[in-house]
Design a protein around this ligand. Structure first.
Ligand SMILES: Cc1cc2nc3c(=O)[nH]c(=O)nc-3n(C[C@H](O)[C@H](O)[C@H](O)COP(=O)(O)O)c2cc1C
Length: 376
């Protein structure tokens, strides 16, 4: 099945414009989601359950630690499908208070030589009220959710930066009742000025207003891979001060260093780069956050994960949950099962009974080796 996707389906989809093939794949999944027998068959092929992977995070049960990253199901149209695909959780959004069409097309590009994507979608979404209505309709027919749902909110393009707090608050109020956790996205490179909200004073203002409005719902912030160590220390300090429940690291990067793709193909390709070239930077950010927070702040690791080894690296660096987007596009639906199986094999090989035992062990080892070399 994995080979079927990689040798037949992916080459066909990759002949089309990237956003068009996403639209077609989404349409096919929506059709499959309406047919119970088909959905059950998909679940049989894609799911992988193992006691080592079931975990408790933010007071919720996660059937496994691998989630679908924000941006894939922006409008909560396929919420009931992701569990059949084998994911342990899904993050919907980014959703903004004001519905918006996003940037002009084309705005999504593949870089196959780098196993990467560049996107400048610009938060195209139906808006918080419409998405809330969609989720409200779902509640009675889907009472016992098989997987936790994260909701990722961003600033509407029409809202000036000075009015960002009120704009985020409007989305939060519309959506909080449907979220098992909420994410403040301040790290997309495709909304002008958005990343400025990661600066200490701006972030402090935002968290100060949003945290109390969340009440019991866990609140996380999603950060960019470009933050330096000092900025990461600020984020951790603010997270502690405002009782944040975790950090998502990382969003896409604007860096284009060390790519295999010909430079000429990259001219004018403004946007966020995701996939393989992001992995090392994202791992470094995860490890730094883990060290700075002394392992006390849950980190969702995302960026360039394609297989179980990548996911295991992120967990060993300090992630307690992981997500993928680009790896799902390149690997197809069965990649989730494959990653989870590999993850269990790596845990076993290292003598761990449960995923929790592996979180941050690389960070711990590197600080141990630092202190033992300092002892010498
Ligand atoms: C086409 C596309 C759209 C995305 N949209 C969003 C978004 O709306 N909100 C968000 O927080 N992240 C968004 N992301 C970023 C992903 O959630 C993820 O952080 C990033 O792609 C790195 O993971 P990956 O290398 O597994 O793709 C998007 C990524 C892609 C490729």
């Amino acid at each position: 099945m994995v080979e079927l996707y990689r040798s037949i389906l992916r080459p066909l989809l990759f002949r089309l414009d990237a956003e068009e093939s996403h639209r077609l794949a989404f349409k096919a999944m929506r059709a499959a989601n309406r047919l119970p027998l088909v959905k059950r068959a998909i679940a049989r092929q894609c799911r992988y359950r193992h006691p080592s992977l079931i975990c408790q995070r933010f007071g919720q049960r996660f059937p496994n630690p691998l989630g679908l990253a924000a941006g894939f199901d922006k409008n909560a149209e396929l919420v009931t499908f992701w569990s059949a695909c084998g994911f342990g959780f899904v993050e919907l959004g980014t959703i903004t208070a004001v519905p918006q069409p996003g940037n002009d097309k084309p705005r999504l590009f593949r870089l196959p030589a780098d196993r990467a994507l560049i996107n400048r979608m610009g938060f195209n979404n139906d808006g918080a009220e419409v998405v809330a209505a969609r989720l409200r309709k779902l509640s009675p027919i889907w009472p016992a959710r098989p997987l936790p749902i994260g909701i990722n909110i961003g600033k509407s393009k029409v809202a000036p930066l000075e009015a960002a707090t009120d704009d985020y608050l409007a989305s939060l109020r519309a959506l909080v009742e449907f979220a098992d956790y909420l994410v403040i996205n301040v790290s997309s490179p495709n909304t002008p000025g958005l990343r400025e909200l990661q600066q200490r004073d701006e972030l402090e203002r935002l968290l100060g207003a949003l945290r109390p409005a969340c009440r019991q719902t866990p609140l996380l912030v999603k950060i960019a891979p470009e933050l330096n160590d000092e900025q990461l220390a600020d984020v951790v300090e603010l997270a502690r001060a405002h009782g944040l429940d975790g950090i998502i690291a990382t969003n896409t990067t604007t860096n284009r260093a060390n790519l295999q793709t010909e430079e000429i193909e990259l001219v004018g390709q403004v946007g966020g780069l995701s996939g393989r070239p992001l992995k090392e930077r994202s791992l470094r950010v995860i490890a730094t956050l883990y060290r700075l927070s002394k392992g006390e702040l849950p980190i969702i690791g995302v960026g360039g994960l394609f297989d179980g080894n990548d996911a295991y690296d992120a967990i060993r660096a300090g992630a307690s949950l992981v997500q993928l987007y680009t790896g799902f596009v390149y690997g197809g639906p069965l990649v989730v099962r494959q990653i989870l199986k590999q993850l269990v094999a790596r845990l076993r090989a290292d003598g761990y009974e449960h995923i929790d035992e592996a979180i941050g062990v690389d960070a711990a080892e590197s600080s141990e080796s630092r202190s033992s070399s300092a002892d010498l």
